[in-house]
Write a protein that binds this ligand. Structure first.
Ligand code: NAD
Length: 329
């Protein structure tokens, strides 16, 4: 039997790179497509077919889906809170990627289609308190998602549903909650809280500073999913009978202040925390309700935050030192 061919859209990105790696190990033929020049991809694999193309364009999507069995759509313009709050139009333009990929996947008669959605689809009213009740899938409606990025994700989720219902395309959708780990973005403006926390603490340690700055009052609550759990979940959800969008996230909750304390402990330092109350801080509380994923898969992300942050910190530390020694990172 010939090997299945799989498209990873956004394969040059953080999660996409890990997914390509895993699919190659599992024996798939992988086509990895990303808009970034190849030297900016987080991971490049010689045994994958690596294509630089803009998947906002229908012709790029047609070429990407040609001869493919499964599609994983991880391509999007995204970043941490600082990025998505200041680039709403850009984030919404990712709707062209999913729309054209769905059309192209249907035309190419692919077997299966996976879409990476986000916890940013959840109704803002349910996330007003730090003492948040974990978000269950039904809490996305009535719709009041994160402006820009969240609206695009909710619309694209919906489009996957209707391509399944109306055209019979096999679609699966996971709502990722804050994914982190080594090989992720850690500076430049698109980084998320776990990587930004590591970088700020490393910088303070290396420069002999005594203070670090936290965005917001630090009381915001979040959960963070280690990359290995994310990849395991993507593959399991693609293989499952779960038709509706489902949470893929950790339910180990922490405050942002608690995240700084944890990373300081890993780094063996203690700094004074200054709070920038004017900086973007997102919702007050967000956590993943994992009842449904446990019911369907008998599994949920379980890698402890302390364990994942230890690995992430060590990797960012080595990248930081390389960068400041003028070496490529
Ligand atoms: P990432 O930014 O590292 O990867 C996304 C990739 O998509 C990038 O490499 C980017 O160049 C590529 N891309 C953007 N526009 C493109 C285009 N027009 N054509 C082709 N490629 C294009 O982000 P990530 O963290 O790996 O996220 C992957 C997916 O998961 C995204 O859809 C994201 O919205 C979703 N998600 C991620 C998180 C998280 O915490 N990382 C949380 C929720 C949802």
């Amino acid at each position: 039997m010939s090997k299945k061919t799989v498209l990873v859209a956004g394969g040059g990105g953080f999660i996409g790179g890990y997914l390509v790696s895993r699919l190659l190990k599992d024996g798939f033929q992988v086509r990895s497509v990303d808009i970034k020049p190849l030297d900016q991809w987080y991971q490049v694999f010689g045994d994958a077919e690596n294509v630089v193309a803009d998947l906002k364009l229908i012709e790029s999507c047609n070429a990407a889906c040609d001869g493919v069995d499964d599609v994983y759509n991880l391509a999007a313009d995204m970043g941490g809170m600082g990025f998505i709050e200041n680039n709403k139009a850009l984030c919404m333009l990712s709707v062209l990627i999913n729309t054209h990929l769905l059309q192209a996947a249907l035309d190419a008669r692919v077997d299966r289609f996976f879409y990476a959605s986000s916890a940013c689809v959840y109704n803002a009213d349910k996330q007003k308190s730090e003492d948040v009740i974990p978000l269950k899938e039904a809490d996305a409606y009535p719709a009041m998602p994160e402006d820009g990025y969240g609206w695009e994700k909710l619309f694209s989720e919906r489009m996957c549903r209707h391509f399944r219902e109306d055209y019979g395309l096999y679609t699966r959708v996971a709502r990722f909650h804050n994914v982190y780990g080594p090989l992720g973005t850690w500076d430049g403006g698109r980084e998320k809280a776990p990587a930004a926390t590591c970088r700020k603490i490393i910088h303070a340690k290396e420069t002999g500073a005594s203070e670090v700055e936290i965005w917001g009052d630090g009381k915001q609550t979040r959960s963070f999913m280690y990359i290995d759990d994310c990849i395991k979940g993507i593959l399991a959800i693609m293989d499952s009978q779960i038709l509706e969008p489902i949470n893929l996230g950790s339910d180990e909750i922490t405050t942002i202040e608690g995240l700084y304390d944890m990373v300081e402990e890993i780094a063996g330092v203690k700094f004074k925390h200054n709070h920038d109350l004017t900086a973007p801080k997102g919702v007050n509380g967000r956590n993943s309700d994992n009842t449904l994923i446990k019911e369907y898969l008998g599994w949920a992300p379980s890698i402890r935050l302390r364990d994942g942050m230890e690995k992430t910190y060590q990797w960012i530390h080595s990248e930081y030192l390389k960068k400041h020694a003028g070496q490529p990172v």
